[in-house]
Ligand binder design. Sequence first.
Ligand code: MLT
Length: 269
Amino acid sequence: MKVGWSGSTVEARELGSGPAVVLLHGYPLDGAMWSGVARLLSESFRVIKPDLPGRGDTPAPAAPGIEGYADFVEAILAELPSGAGLAGFSMGGYVALAVAKRRPPNLAALALVDTKAAADTDAGRRGRDESIAVAREKGVEAIADAMLPKLLSAAALANRDTVERVRRIMLRQPKDTIAADLAAMRDRPDSTSFLSEIRMPARVIVGAEDAIAPPEEGRAMADAIAGADCIVIPGAGHLAPVERPRAVATSLQEFFARTLSAGGAAGPA
Ligand code: MLT
């Protein structure tokens, strides 16, 4: 689909037909991390998996930070019919929460995948600054080397195809975008108190071995959102959508089939 963004027209990759579901990728990745899940979901939905600003063909946001990324997602939602679903993975989940806070009229259901509502701790913020320095001084390869063991479970790390695929996605991200993502995550607000204000159907999905956004955190998020549930994906690390695409797609399929319908569904946030 075409999206007006930053004075130009951007192509956001889409596949399938039916109620629209937008999938937001994490750091330091792009929309391709969703490929396996998107293929499966597209049997029932119109799936849009954009590259967030600063990568692919999407120009960087005028306003830096998670809010700048949320501006882009809002521009996508504005092009979609009512009753759209949004699923955000990790950093994409931070963006999805920022979008949900704006209460876009056609957003009808929210999936939070391997993500957190809490802001960074002081130590976490210092770690972001260190990673920004690594990106600038040593380049994207050093970031990819540091991220792989955090993103993948031990089993996935032993799978050469998976490792190569994730590495390939990371290595094509511009250095400035990596730095912008890190600053955006460092500066994001705490959204914990917002969870109880969410008035749309919501589901939390988390890899059982996620070391970045652990299952306890996912369960606590689901407990704080009225009516939400938490699905734990066995045998998956942080990058559950890449490691266990079928399990994640099944969980999203079941959730969005229940909460979205063609041409409009549940009311706004
Ligand atoms: C991500 O997977 O998007 C990031 O690792 C999340 C984070 O570092 O907070």
